[in-house]
Design a protein around this ligand. Structure first.
Ligand SMILES: [Zn+2]
Length: 426
């Protein structure tokens, strides 16, 4: 049995069939939409070509220049109305055919349904003055005409999704942040389009009051041997080597990975407001650290690391009940690296609150919570040297200063005045 199977397997391996996929999910073709194609074949490919088929007509949109022996290639090209003017608005198929570079010349064909959009949409932003402060949020409304697959507000390299105006009103809105480290002079713009190279934008009217920008403070944080031992034992239990290097690695790499996990929670958000009151700050708490403090980590008189602290450290007493800052839905209730036992509450439209270092969690992912509801107890799990709540807030995955959201006047002037916030009383 074995003697028969082996030669068959070898023959199968020798005459390969290309494996083709689209790494990017473009579902529409505009003027000149970038398309990437990934092709794998042990023998390389003799030919690769792309076509658009619509209403029985077939148009070649791209072809590989010459055969290759490379086993794994990614090709990029543009397809759309600019190079294929006979395309019409509506459904079409994007097709890629790849032929193996061996004696059998097996061909793979991959198809994807796409929508052709010949006209660019138009976008016009509201005429409000938007005051920008580092680390803070604002809300813009805008209107879009024509077809589009994505819209929002872009600030530098960050984008904030657009949502239909609540209450069935016409137009769109975006809550957006001007991140704590965004270069001054960056002008946020409303955009709408059909993927890279096929979008239009309209700048917001902005003011950047230079003198009133938040001033971030610098703190030296003394790192004791006891703290280092606690951190490596808890967060790198199977590691070995220099404890300083391990702590710095946790503080840098693990922090980055944890922040990515938090940021990705933006996709678990409600498409309506889940709250109707200002956010509440943990009762009777002292702020031991505030938003975007720069921290120097000092060990035996030497600076070993520096990080920006993107939240508030709120201390009350040990094992105090951790209160939900507002009504919402739990989207994370589990350990999360440097944040220790962590809870994230979604409040809708990409707005979320984060609670770290808890000793105990009493809620589960999917639970609805009310403002002030106890979700567990404070502690010092993760990268914490004492019992406190690390409280933070993020908007579409960008961490922001929560203080505006604690202020009912700010919510009235920046949110409730511009979109319907049911039940909100200033
Ligand atoms: Zn903290």
């Amino acid at each position: 049995m074995l003697a028969i199977t082996v030669p068959v397997a070898i023959l199968f391996l020798r005459s390969a069939t290309p494996v083709v996929d689209f790494p990017t999910p473009s579902v529409s073709l505009g003027q000149a939409t970038p398309v990437s194609v990934h092709v794998q074949d042990a023998h390389g490919v003799r030919s690769v070509a792309a076509f658009v088929e619509q209403n029985g007509a077939r148009f070649q949109v791209w072809e590989m220049a010459q055969p290759t022996r490379v086993a794994d290639s990614t090709f990029s090209f543009e397809a759309g109305v600019k190079s294929t003017p006979l395309l019409k608005d509506g459904k079409a198929k994007l097709i890629v055919e790849a032929t193996s570079n061996d004696f059998r010349r097996k061909t793979t064909r991959l198809e994807r349904d796409v929508t052709v959009i010949t006209q660019m949409p138009t976008v016009s932003a509201d005429s409000e003055q938007h005051y920008l402060y580092l680390g803070m949020a604002d809300l813009a409304t805008f209107t879009v005409t024509g077809s589009f697959s994505e819209a929002g507000v872009r600030v530098g390299d960050q984008t904030f999704r657009a949502w239909p105006m609540p209450g069935g009103k016409p137009g769109l809105f975006s809550l957006f942040a001007f991140a704590w480290n965004m270069p001054a002079g960056t002008v946020p713009e409303a955009f709408a389009g059909n993927g890279p190279g096929s979008d239009v934008s309209s700048p917001l009217v902005v003011q950047f009051p230079k003198k009133e920008q938040p001033k971030y403070t610098v703190h030296d944080l003394q790192v004791s041997d006891g703290f280092m031992q606690k951190v490596v034992n808890e967060l790198d239990p199977s590691g070995s080597g220099d404890p300083v290097a391990r702590v710095v690695k946790i503080n840098t790499d693990m922090r980055k990975a944890n922040n990515k996990t938090l940021s990705d929670l933006r996709f678990k958000t409600a498409d309506h407001f889940l709250f109707s009151q200002p956010f509440a700050r943990q009762a009777h708490s002292q702020a031991e650290a505030t938003f975007a403090d720069l921290r120097n980590y000092i060990y035996h008189g030497k600076k070993i690391d520096q990080q920006v602290h993107l939240g508030y450290d709120l201390a009350v007493t040990q094992h105090v009940g951790v209160e939900a800052s507002n009504d919402g839905r739990i989207v994370w209730a589990a350990p999360l690296g440097i944040y220790g036992n962590c809870v994230v509450v979604d409040h809708g439209y990409g707005l979320q609150t984060i609670y770290g270092h808890m000793s105990h969690i009493d809620v589960h992912e999917g639970d609805m919570v009310k403002r002030g509801q106890m979700m567990g107890q404070s502690g010092m799990t993760g990268m914490a040297g004492g019992d406190h709540i690390h409280f933070a807030m993020q908007l579409d995955g960008v961490q922001i200063d929560p203080k505006e959201w604690w202020d009912s006047h700010w919510i009235q002037d920046h949110v409730a005045k511009r979109v319907e916030l049911p039940g909100f009383k200033p």
